[in-house]
Design a protein around this ligand. Structure first.
Ligand code: BGC
Length: 428
């Protein structure tokens, strides 16, 4: 797709001044060379990873972050979201690795020196082995340890971070790790799920208070939130009452419970990770299987078989606007190795983000998932989400066409008309 269309301002769907244009990554998915967390063990167990790959040296972002940020900068990004790898910083209970602490400082300085804002995630799914061995989030001291880590990060990086995410997608973690058991620790237990849910709620609240206590000044209040995977639900059969009821239940259970229990006063903003639109159909086949999610019937799919529905991001944003907090889209993207679908997805979705802003929603930024191809958890390396393609044999980076499309949008702080036209839309 052609991306170098020089636009005139009046033909651009302009975003608010100061809008954050970024990409997201998480440490374990890009860094490589770490064997101190639970995932590095999990990946090696037979049958855990669909394509049987282990993260290994991964993209070696750990050493090549400078090169990667140069690329991000060349595509006019003004922000980046990343996470620290807890097991590097605290390889044993209570023992800090100051070399690693200094490493992440250099990483964030590299972003700042390129004029990019930093959104830092404290915890993105991976646990140090010592913490996992104690029972992970079911351990009675879990919150205490998490807060100790958060305190260190706030003290060390407070001057570099523009926005804090305490935990990434708590409900997804619960489902994968304690519901269907396809992520470590591989449990299937309702009791454990509940315990971990409340542990994460407590951990978030405590971390929220800790960051504010350490970093707030009379002049500046820091911004702290979570990244929530938001799923939009719709009825499979619009006029069937039972489908409608299940949509409401699913929306409340999946999208709202964390905010309900943690209280809206412990969120300065709402981070939305958006990937899924689920159509729900009532199928009373048994107590455990009352409704059924219908995917992909006559709809476009990603390489991982996920339904693509860029437009539905509008409903995701409007749904979360009920909390009347600033919103960042903290993740949004698609597994699409040949890049045939990503450019259109980006433009279509951003058009909807713009529509939400026009409707009065305070959306402050958009972070595409992801800057580069990475390790997609139990799908291994097969899900290629990057604006930049990575050759895992040579580690060579090659920007995809979508990187240029996104770059054009970042540069313009808006969607140039020529890009709207390429996706079959006019300026709305
Ligand atoms: C997670 C990422 C993941 C992405 C694509 C989000 O659920 O935060 O770690 O790679 O979605 O599946």
């Amino acid at each position: 797709m052609k991306a170098d269309c020089r636009s005139r301002t009046r033909e651009t769907l302009a975003f608010p001044e100061g809008f954050w244009w970024g990409t997201s990554t998480s440490a374990h998915q890009v860094e490589g060379g770490n064997s101190k967390n639970d995932w590095s063990e999990w990946e090696r167990q037979p049958g855990r990873i669909a394509d049987r790959t282990v993260s290994g040296k991964c993209t070696d972002h750990y050493s090549r972050y400078g090169e990667d940020f140069d690329l991000a900068k060349s595509f006019h990004q003004n922000a980046h979201r990343l996470s620290v790898e807890w097991s590097r910083i605290e390889p044993n209970d209570g023992e800090w690795d100051w070399e690693e602490v200094a490493h992440y400082r250099r990483v964030m300085e590299a972003l700042r020196s390129r004029g990019m804002r930093v959104m830092l995630t404290v915890w993105h799914f991976t646990l140090p082995k010592w913490f996992a061995r104690q029972g992970g989030w079911e351990w009675s001291r879990a919150t205490d340890r998490f807060v100790r880590l958060t305190r260190l990060l706030a003290e060390e990086y407070g001057d570099l971070v523009d926005a804090w995410i305490t935990v990434n997608e708590p409900v997804v973690y619960l489902g994968q790790s304690y519901g269907i058991g396809v992520w470590p620790p591989g449990k299937r237990s309702a009791v454990s799920s509940l315990r971990v849910f409340f542990a994460l709620v407590g951990a978030h609240r405590a971390a929220y208070r800790t960051i504010h206590r350490i970093l707030d000044t009379p002049e500046r209040k820091v911004s702290v939130g979570i990244a929530k995977n938001v799923i939009t639900f719709e009825t499979y059969r619009p006029h069937v009452l039972t489908d409608g009821i299940f949509v409401k239940i699913a929306d409340s259970v999946f999208n709202r419970q964390f905010f309900f229990w943690s209280g809206s006063e412990s969120h300065d903003f709402i981070g939305i990770n958006y990937y899924f639109n689920n159509r729900v159909k009532y199928v009373p086949t048994g107590v455990r299987n009352l409704f059924h999610e219908v995917h992909n019937e006559n709809r476009e799919q990603s390489d991982l078989g996920w339904e693509i529905n860029a437009e539905a991001i509008f409903r995701a944003i409007m749904g979360m606007w009920r909390y009347r907090k600033p919103i960042y889209v903290t993740e949004h993207g698609v597994a699409n190795a040949d890049d045939s679908k990503r450019p259109r997805l980006i433009v279509k979705a951003l058009r909807e983000v713009h529509r939400a802003i026009r409707a009065g929603v305070d959306v402050r930024g958009y972070f595409h998932w992801s800057l580069l191809d990475n390790y997609e958890w139990s799908d291994g390396f097969s899900g290629r989400f990057g604006l930049i393609a990575v050759d895992y044999a040579t580690l060579e980076r090659t920007p995809r066409g979508s990187a240029r499309v996104y770059g054009e949008i970042c540069r313009e702080n808006g969607i140039p008309h020529c890009l709207l036209k390429l996706t079959g839309h006019g300026v709305g």
